[in-house]
Design a protein around this ligand. Structure first.
Ligand SMILES: Nc1ncnc2c1ncn2[C@@H]1O[C@H](COP(=O)(O)OP(=O)(O)OP(=O)(O)O)[C@@H](O)[C@H]1O
Length: 288
């Protein structure tokens, strides 16, 4: 029976790790304005979660609270069954983050930047360097690896951020608009990487405004509207019919149906009061 302790410990670990991310009653206000209200989520490991919502819905605020970058006003956050502790190195090592439009150190080369990031995550310099270079070569950054980031295009910078988020082999990834600036081929590679990571048990919390990609990639979609979760589930369970797109669902759930009218009013103003001219022309033809 010598192995009973090991088995019990293992079983306990499995139970503790039942959820990669758990939010319980999260609330947050800024200057009296409530941005998140009673957000409750339980996310199993090995899931791609598409976290969507209109501008200002509270997506980044949620992610910053999970990452320990912001304090919530109420509620608890647990990562693999442990309450968030920003001083706990285990916690940091299990998480990778691609922030939207992050500033990179322009004066550094990709090699120098990624070595630095790797070391911050506790990797030995030589290991960080070797791993970063291999990853860079696969995504087509090999030739530019020793060039300063200042000379990089938007898509190349995005690839550097993606590599930086993965160097330490985290278990949970927070990716905010990860496909920003990538060309069509790079998009395909990154989408495949995402699915491969999920297939190997990683949990991906994916925020994007590109609805067809979220629909295609996500195992579970969470729609936040004005700080409240208004839809949560696999897309095929949320959609009213097989013909419904996530874009339609999004418009419906966020109460937005006037995109056509808004576009027309906008272009009318761009073109110098076309409506006024049309109204005048109509009035003239009526009086004839
Ligand atoms: N540090 C802050 N101080 C004051 N208000 C803030 C702060 N951070 C966010 N907010 C406000 O909280 C609300 C939610 O912002 P958040 O960035 O979480 O939205 P989001 O869903 O990520 O939007 P987007 O899709 O535009 O990135 C917005 O009204 C924003 O102005």
């Amino acid at each position: 029976m010598a192995d009973v302790g090991v088995s019990a410990g293992y079983a306990r670990r499995i139970i503790m790790e039942q959820y990669a991310i758990e939010l319980d009653g999260i609330a947050k206000s800024f200057a009296g304005k409530q941005v998140l209200r009673d957000v409750n989520l339980k996310i199993a490991p090995g899931t791609i979660v598409g976290y969507i919502g209109q501008n200002g819905a509270g997506k980044s605020t949620t992610v910053k609270i999970i990452l320990g970058l912001l304090d919530q006003d109420a509620g608890t956050v647990s990562i693999f069954g442990r309450a968030v502790d920003r001083d706990d190195p285990m916690y940091k090592r299990r998480i990778g983050y691609v922030p939207e439009g992050a500033d990179l150190f322009e004066a550094l080369t990709a090699r120098e930047y990624l070595q630095l990031v790797g070391q911050l995550y506790g990797l030995p310099e030589s290991e960080a360097d070797y791993k970063a270079q291999q990853l860079a070569e696969i995504v087509g950054l090999g030739a530019a690896f020793d060039r300063r980031i200042a000379s990089y295009s938007k898509g190349m910078r995005q690839l550097v951020l993606i590599i930086a988020s993965l160097l330490h082999d985290p278990d949970i990834l927070f990716w905010d608009e990860p496909l920003n600036g990538l060309d069509a081929n790079a998009v395909l590679v990154v989408e495949e990487i995402l699915q491969e990571l999920r297939n190997r048990g990683k949990t991906i919390f994916y925020s994007s405004h590109i609805m067809d990609v979220v629909q295609k990639l996500s195992d579970r979609i969470i729609l936040l509207n004005a700080g409240t979760v208004v839809a949560d589930g696999p897309f095929n369970q949320l959609a009213a019919s097989p013909d419904t797109s996530l874009q339609q669902l999004f418009n419906e759930m966020t109460g937005f149906a006037e995109h056509g009218e808004k576009a027309k009013a906008f272009v009318d103003i761009v073109m110098g009061g076309a409506d006024d001219e049309n109204a005048q022309a109509d009035a003239e033809s009526d009086s004839e």
